[in-house]
Design a protein around this ligand. Structure first.
Ligand code: SF4
Length: 353
């Protein structure tokens, strides 16, 4: 699939989705209290991504769940004893939780919340691509369907992709990478690894504009520029820090700058502001003045997670993730490889600390 076809498909998909209606403070308070009760009644834990509604992130934290990047979400759901894991994020995150925890019930506020990277990498076309390059180790980003993961040798997230590719490169392996072309080229450039890239992209990060960022940086020369590597290369080149959501949050806390220009989904501002309340955060520019853009600095699929559908699914259990058992077993192998690799990485880091 070409990038143009990819974008048309995504735009058509989004055109059918209604914009959420804002809730009053009273409505929110009522929903929150019912969500807290329903989580207890159902022996459920809420696991939320940094990009979802701040109210959902707060409830997850206050009820003993977690707010994290996709790697930590997977780890948390795996070790938490609750029999139901409620994933507020997008579908591949719910599928990952189910692949790792087949015995648990995995629910999501809506199964319609997907990802342009997942849509742009259909399993059958991807399998053909892999068949054409049997000499390459297949490394896929977590933002893919269970079927695409099942065809892979390794799954990675943006927080561990570079370390895993370096490890494979050191073993002399050539990589077939999918689906995000920007993250793929960034890793190719930083590691010098032989990588063949699938041409997918994230519709949110792809909107960040180099020219606008340069203008903003001229206005705030003291600001540090933080960029997620799913952004276009020119934007990445302007970054003081390039990293996963967790790494960018860490940068806001540890760098001495008082001001930050942030090129990733603005849902992350909740956690950044919570951990570094004295820092000023500025959204990196997207489509420019007067543009109408439903994916500008906020993922339209992450935005489908709301308090109302969250309560509904905990109470009714009707949006449950199902993964075919054979597919699950095949997708588990590359996922386990990633989790084992990152656990070792953390052990080594702790040993060196
Ligand atoms: S922000 Fe981009 S990569 Fe993340 S879920 Fe949305 S479309 Fe996918």
């Amino acid at each position: 699939m070409t990038r143009a076809e990819d974008r048309i498909l995504v735009q058509e998909y989004l055109a059918h989705e209604a914009e959420p209606i804002p809730l009053s403070q009273e409505e929110k308070a009522e929903l929150e209290s019912r969500i807290r009760k329903a989580l207890k009644d159902q022996d459920a834990v809420l696991v939320a991504h940094y990009y979802v509604d701040p109210d959902i992130q707060r409830i997850a934290e206050e009820t003993g769940g977690c707010v994290a990047d996709s790697l930590e979400m997977a780890r948390f759901g795996n070790r938490h004893p609750a029999s139901t894991v409620v994933v507020a994020g997008v579908k591949f995150m719910g599928e990952t939780a189910k692949i790792l925890n087949p015995e648990k019930r995995v629910l999501m506020p809506t199964l319609e919340a997907t990802c342009s990277l997942d849509i742009g990498c259909p399993a059958d076309e991807f399998a053909e691509f892999c068949d054409q390059h049997p000499d390459r180790t297949v490394v896929v980003y977590a933002n893919t369907s269970a079927a695409v993961k099942a065809r892979a040798d390794w799954v990675v997230t943006s927080s561990c992709a570079q370390a895993i590719v370096e490890h494979l490169d050191a073993r002399g392996e050539k990589i077939l990478w999918a689906p995000d072309q920007h993250l793929g080229s960034y890793i190719q450039k930083t590691t010098g690894t032989d990588m063949l890239l699938w041409q997918g992209s994230c519709i949110v990060h792809e909107e960040f504009k180099f020219q606008g960022l340069e203008d903003l940086k001229a206005l705030y020369p003291d600001a540090a520029v933080l960029v997620h590597p799913e952004s276009p290369a020119q934007v990445v080149e302007m970054a003081d820090v390039v990293g996963s959501t967790s790494q960018l949050i860490q940068a806001v806390q540890s760098l001495p700058n008082e001001r930050f220009i942030v090129a990733t989904d603005n849902g992350i501002f909740y956690k950044m502001q919570q951990l570094a309340p004295n820092k000023t955060l500025i959204e990196a520019p997207t489509a420019g003045n007067g543009a109408t853009c439903r994916s500008c600095a906020h993922c339209p699929w992450m935005a489908m997670n709301g308090l109302e559908n969250l309560l509904h699914v905990i109470e009714h259990g009707d949006q449950e993730i199902q993964v075919d058992e054979t597919l699950r077993e095949d997708a588990l192998k590359p996922l386990r490889r990633m989790l084992d690799f990152t656990a070792n990485m953390n052990l080594k880091a702790a040993g060196n600390a």
